[in-house]
Design a protein around this ligand. Structure first.
Ligand code: AMP
Ligand code: ZN
Length: 132
């Protein structure tokens, strides 16, 4: 059992924003950033590591639809999209989800961490991480 599956099947109430055959978008219960929204697939998967590409494609389409709605119709000036994969990456609910944070002028927060400079050189990092 998974709390987001229970939101989709109506066992747990939620503040729905949008729904189609494949995806569901609803307000994050934290009610922190104004309009903080989660977009999830109806088909259960944990995160980006196990989602199939068709499901991911449907989720991305919904992210774009909701983003356009927030910016074009609801007064947001932009959005940040956040996503966590794995507990070390601070994922707490293991049903794939993307956070949409609507942004407004002078909204007073930042989503990018202010990290100290890495000690390893970019040459070394590239050598280790290169995919092709
Ligand atoms: P993450 O840390 O990326 O896994 O985020 C999980 C998010 O799910 C958090 O922002 C929670 O506030 C949110 N959340 C947990 N339970 C609920 C719920 N019942 N309804 C809406 N959002 C929820
Ligand atoms: Zn689930």
């Amino acid at each position: 059992m998974c709390i987001f599956c229970d939101i989709i099947n109506g066992k747990i109430p939620s503040y729905k924003i949008y729904e189609d055959d494949y995806t569901y978008a609803f307000l994050d219960i934290s009610n922190d950033a104004n309009g903080h929204t989660l977009v999830i697939p109806k088909k259960h998967c944990e995160n980006l590591l196990d989602v199939d590409v068709d499901t991911l494609n449907n989720v991305v389409k919904t992210i774009q639809k909701v983003t356009k709605h927030y910016v074009n119709n609801c007064g947001a000036k932009g959005v940040n999209i956040l996503n966590a994969n794995g507990k070390e990456a601070e994922q707490t609910v293991f049903h794939l989800h993307f956070h949409i944070l609507p942004r407004f002028e002078n909204d007073g927060f930042t989503v990018f961490p202010n990290l100290e400079k890495n000690k390893e050189s970019l040459d070394k990092i590239q050598e280790k991480l290169k995919l092709n």
